[in-house]
Write a protein that binds this ligand. Structure first.
Ligand code: PEP
Ligand code: CO
Length: 453
């Protein structure tokens, strides 16, 4: 484990430049919320965090694959039984396809139970001639364009903590109650699976896994209990440091500090400077930490970042999440991959084929004709994953997983895929407040593609 530097405390980040923080007008109100958060129970345990770290270490060695996905931003309104169950179902279906194709164990990580804060490219926007703070996610402010709604409200941090707890409670209950039982994959069929062009291929995989399972159980002479449950881990972008610090604790019989708000926090590109507050904060916690790596990352800065976050080169500690875009990955990624490999740094590489492929289109037909819409082309998402797989193969460094923005619902936010959605279809069911997500079919198609290569 990393020796705890005496200069680090859960508050030492305050002395560093801290990007993307809400400005709360009433410090006393914020302090009351933080005091309350600090007394509330943790959302996850150090035991779970350490077991995830061990799994990430396996994935880094190519012995496992990490399937990481969920909304760009969770909303409080979507903390509901159908939305949570649909997210679990698509992650379960994708992982079944990946087990079948890769013959590796899969670690499932949700962008859920805490993904309520978003980084923004500017702090304010002008709406109807009035300059307002930008919307930063449900645990910071409200999206309505008024000064009152956009003023950061610290009590939303408590609401976010509670929504995360409710989500996690339901996830744990479903998983423990046999929802993820491989003997009953019909539990996780989404309503529209039967009508999908991919239905037949998916059904063949399910049948083949069912047959293998029955064969193994005949040999073993009983039910294989390990097949009745799977684990889900949680993650979110570690953005509002006041919140993260209030949930960072010491636990009996373990050294160091754990951020017990989530298993796997990550640092986004807008807060990923080596000498910034977010990196300072992460340096002292024992959780595995994700770091987004994009077009602005140089080999030198990446090596410095990994050394700062993992001074003793602990396996499973660092996940580097690459997000270049299909047109840039081929040129930008190999030098970074080689630099980290050649320095002997222990990291797990995960491909995020979403964030470098966002574009704005103007549909010519449909209800949104003439309007600018943020979308992603499924072909670009696929192309980035395919190139990542190839680059990893050429450099003999395992691809440890994928990080996807998806939903189990039938939205129309990204174009392309088996059903051939076009720009003109975007208006039909575009529900994301932030980045466009793969819908159920597109996510399953992506899993099938990864499983095939
Ligand atoms: C995100 O993951 O939603 C995000 C904002 O990513 P990035 O920091 O890579 O832009
Ligand atoms: Co996003």
């Amino acid at each position: 484990m990393s020796p705890v530097d005496p200069a680090w405390t859960p508050q030492s980040w305050r002395a560093f430049p801290c990007a993307q923080q809400p400005v709360y007008p009433d410090r006393a109100a914020l302090d009351r919320v933080l005091g309350e958060l600090a007394t509330l129970p943790p959302l996850v345990t150090s035991y779970e965090i350490e077991s995830l770290k061990a799994q990430i270490a396996e994935a880094a060695r190519g012995e496992r694959f990490i399937l990481w996905g969920g909304d760009c931003a969770e909303s409080f309104a979507d903390c509901s039984s159908p939305a949570i169950a649909a997210k679990l179902k698509i992650l379960l279906q994708m992982s079944l396809v990946l087990v079948h194709g890769t013959r590796k164990r899969i670690t499932r990580v949700g962008r859920f139970a805490g993904q309520y804060a978003k980084p923004r490219s500017s702090a304010t926007e002008t709406i109807g001639g009035v300059e307002l703070p930008t919307f930063r996610g449900d645990n910071v402010n409200h999206p309505e364009p008024s000064a009152a709604a956009r003023t950061p409200d610290p009590t939303l941090l408590l609401r976010g903590y509670e929504r995360a707890a409710l989500t996690l409670n339901f996830v744990r209950a479903l998983v423990d109650g046999g929802f993820a039982d491989l003997h009953h994959p019909e539990n996780w069929d989404l309503e529209f699976v039967r009508h999908s062009p991919l239905a037949a291929e998916y059904q063949r995989m399910v049948d083949s896994i069912g047959e293998s399972l029955r064969f193994m159980e005949t040999l073993a002479g009983g039910t294989i209990a390990a097949m009745q449950r799977v684990d889900f881990y949680t993650s979110h972008e570690m953005l509002v440091l006041e919140y993260e610090a209030a949930l960072t604790r010491q636990v009996p019989r373990r050294d160091g500090w754990f951020n017990l708000s989530t298993h796997l926090p990550w640092i986004g590109v807008r807060t990923g400077t080596t000498d910034g507050a977010h990196v300072e904060f992460c340096r002292g916690i024992r959780n595995p930490v994700g770091v987004k790596v994009g077009p602005g990352t140089t080999p030198e800065s990446l090596v410095a970042m990994v050394r700062r976050l993992s001074p003793v080169n602990e396996p499973g500690r660092i996940v580097l999440i690459t997000r270049f875009g299909a047109h840039q990955i081929g040129r930008m990624f190999p030098p970074l991959l080689r630099a980290v490999r050649d320095e002997g740094l222990s990291v797990a590489w995960v491909c995020d084929p979403m964030h470098g492929n966002t574009e704005t289109v103007v549909p010519t037909g449909g209800a949104w004709a003439g309007k600018s819409v943020k979308t992603r082309k499924f072909a670009h998402v696929l192309a980035e994953v395919q190139q990542a797989i190839e680059i990893h193969r050429n450099e003999s460094v395992p691809l440890a997983g994928v990080h996807i923005e998806l939903t189990g619902e039938n939205v129309t936010e990204c174009t392309g895929g088996a059903r051939g959605l076009t720009d003109d279809h975007l208006a039909r069911a575009y529900r994301s407040q932030v980045d466009p997500r793969l819908n159920y079919e597109q996510a399953l198609e992506l899993a099938m593609l990864i499983a095939r290569v």
